[in-house]
Design a protein. Structure first.
Length: 186
């Protein structure tokens, strides 16, 4: 069964990465700007004490405009730092890490795909799942284009679900933390 799930994930990854590459750079930039507008208007983003962000790889949704806006508002920004096969999140101005217990830590999480239950399909190495599992109190928001949102993804027991999905069309509550942080569907 595990091999079937793995094969299914690999096929989905290939198909969705190709879909993302097929979207024009201009369209991806426009969709990323819409994602940033949703983020900046979202109360959970505005109330965050700190934001864990990412630098987009390839054709990923780009949250940079929203992250820069948060930085200008005095919100601490943390970014991934790959060390020894693991991700550590560090302040982009120093080497300190975010508090793993804070409930007002917002984690912006890239993915190849997400589903309507909050499941995430990453690149297949498990780095983000291992890193996210250390931040039980944080609010996790999957950042993606609407075309990357599927009804249901195959899951493994170690997969860490998102609480919200943010696309160019909406902010959608998809998991148990949605009652704690405002994140109504738009």
């Amino acid at each position: 069964m595990e091999d079937e799930v793995s094969t299914g994930k690999q096929q989905l990854r290939h198909r969705l990465l190709q879909w993302r590459r097929d979207v024009s750079a201009r369209t991806r930039a426009d969709m990323s700007q819409a994602i940033c507008a949703h983020l900046m208007g979202w109360s959970a983003f505005q109330r965050a004490h700190a934001v864990v962000a990412y630098t987009p790889l390839g054709a990923e949704a780009d949250p940079t405009h929203a992250v820069e806006n948060a930085r200008a508002a005095g919100i601490s920004i943390f970014v991934p730092n790959w060390q020894d096969g693991a991700i550590e999140f560090v302040d982009d101005k120093s080497t300190r890490s975010p508090d793993t217990e804070r409930s007002d830590l917002l984690m912006l999480v890239p993915g190849v795909a997400f589903d309507l239950r909050g499941a995430r399909l990453g690149r297949g190495e498990g780095w983000y799942d291992r890193a996210l599992s250390r931040f039980a109190g944080a609010v996790r928001a999957g950042i993606a284009f609407e075309g990357q949102i599927l009804q249901r993804l195959p899951e493994e027991p170690w997969d860490v679900p998102m609480h919200f999905l943010v696309t160019e069309r909406r902010v959608l509550a998809v998991n148990e933390r949605s009652d704690v942080m405002e994140g109504h569907q738009r």
